[in-house]
Design a protein around this ligand. Structure first.
Ligand SMILES: C[S@@+](CC[C@H](N)C(=O)[O-])C[C@H]1O[C@@H](n2cnc3c(N)ncnc32)[C@H](O)[C@@H]1O
Length: 402
């Protein structure tokens, strides 16, 4: 039976734990905050939209969708502001998309997570993770006390409404999917789901089936509720009219999906489990695939700071830089591009030195078919047989010289 292992993160959004990977999907610091700070803010969309009317994003390892949701939230907030600044009458805007056109392709191997993504709430005011259905030392230490949430970013409810509609449109089988519907109805997950989204889902589900008079009445009542009473729905409808965007969620192994994909993306978010848990999405060979799908002025963003990952990007033909988080004055990830001038924070002498040690030896998967264990065992052999110096020796010497 499919199980979810949810918990509330410190910004009131829901995080998940994976027992198979023995890893958390989301930082306890805040799932939504992490998405904003590691992917959305460093991408510098403000600058991008000064020169472009269209954007294509590839969200690899979509999970429950924080990176896509944060982008949409950020875009809609800024876009709405721009319209009101310009004093444009929103109702006068048709569907001709004279403004921006958004297209997002999301990939994840876990169908249930993709279907569930619009249901997770992001607005818990006080968190108390006293009812976890799993044990993980790191999480328990951090979360076993009652705390007020710290929110820097707020997800507007209409984002989940819009996403739900998009997922239903592209995956109409969602209503018949027994496994998914069972999870959604499971009482133990109730507190993690947004009730309004659950009601909206039921409404769409009823609309889709043959009407009896009673069902028609029910649907009619729901209709009145959502069209006329729910402010959020009105807001969502307004946004939908404002900007019809494309959203497609593809379910499967990202390597195989991207191999077949002919699209060229402006931004690629890579949010796989750590390289030690999921090396198949961090190899030179996978990055070569991404190279073909990245626009010449495009950018790949990821949270990993690992020397092996930075080296893999370089070997795959990219320029590599760092993601700088202004709020915390820290480097929090890696950027890969096809043009050096797109890199704001380059690798330091220390970072480049580390790449030339054993810690910089990249993962390989030439056939793009190896499983994670095989990739790890090949990597271990490469490290064992290498004549490069160890990272600890390098760090010691480097610090000694400074
Ligand atoms: C760290 S989580 C991503 C979190 C996500 N960005 C979110 O906002 O919830 C990693 C995700 O990678 C997915 N995954 C693991 N191996 C994969 C593969 N080979 N192809 C596609 N997705 C994969 C898992 O199902 C999981 O959802």
């Amino acid at each position: 039976m499919y199980e979810l292992y949810p918990y509330f993160t410190n910004d009131g959004s829901v995080g998940l734990y994976s027992p198979e990977a023995d890893d958390i999907y989301h930082s306890t610091y805040g799932a939504l905050t992490e998405a904003y700070e590691k992917f959305i803010l460093p991408a510098n969309f403000e600058d991008f939209f000064k020169k472009h009317n269209e954007i294509k994003i590839l969200d690899i390892c979509y999970g429950i969708g924080y990176n896509t949701k944060s982008f949409l939230n950020y875009f809609f907030e800024n876009f709405e502001k721009k319209l009101s600044d310009l004093n444009i009458n929103i109702d006068a805007i048709g569907t001709d998309n004279k403004f921006n056109k958004i297209s997002i392709t999301a990939i994840d191997s876990d169908k249930n997570l993709v279907y569930l993504s619009p249901f997770f709430r992001c607005d818990k005011k006080t968190i108390f993770n006293n009812k976890l259905n799993f044990y993980n030392e790191k999480i328990s230490k951090l979360l076993n006390k009652k705390t007020k949430t710290k929110t820097r970013y707020k997800l507007n409810k209409h984002i989940n409404m819009i996403l739900l509609k998009k997922i239903i449109k592209t995956h109409p089988d969602i209503f018949e999917d027994q496994e998914f519907n069972k999870i959604l109805k499971n009482k133990k997950y109730n507190r993690y789901f947004d009730k309004n989204i659950c009601h909206l889902y039921e409404f769409y589900k009823k609309q889709g089936i043959k009407y009896t008079l009673l069902r028609r009445l029910n649907a009619f009542l729901h209709n009145i509720y959502y069209r006329n009473l729910s402010k959020s729905y009105k807001k969502a409808a307004k946004y939908l009219r404002l900007n019809e965007f494309d959203f497609e969620a593809k379910i499967g192994d990202a390597r195989q999906i991207i191999k077949e994909d002919q699209n060229v993306y402006n931004f690629i978010f890579l949010d796989a489990f750590t390289p030690a848990k999921c090396p198949c999405l961090w190899t030179i060979d996978f990055f070569k695939l991404l190279h073909k799908n990245l626009d010449d002025n495009g950018m790949i963003l990821t949270y990993s700071n690992s020397a092996a990952i930075r080296n893999a990007f370089i070997q795959a033909g990219f320029w590599v830089g760092k993601i700088y988080n202004k709020e915390n004055d820290k480097f929090t990830g890696t950027i890969a591009t096809k043009k050096l001038e797109l890199i704001k924070f380059g690798l330091s002498e220390y970072d480049l030195g580390l790449i030339k040690t054993k810690a910089g030896i990249p993962y390989r998967d030439e056939t793009l078919k190896l499983d994670n264990e095989a990739i790890i065992s090949r990597h271990n052999k490469d490290v064992e047989q290498s004549n490069l110096i160890s990272s600890s020796k390098f760090i010691k010497t480097y610090r000694g010289c400074k």
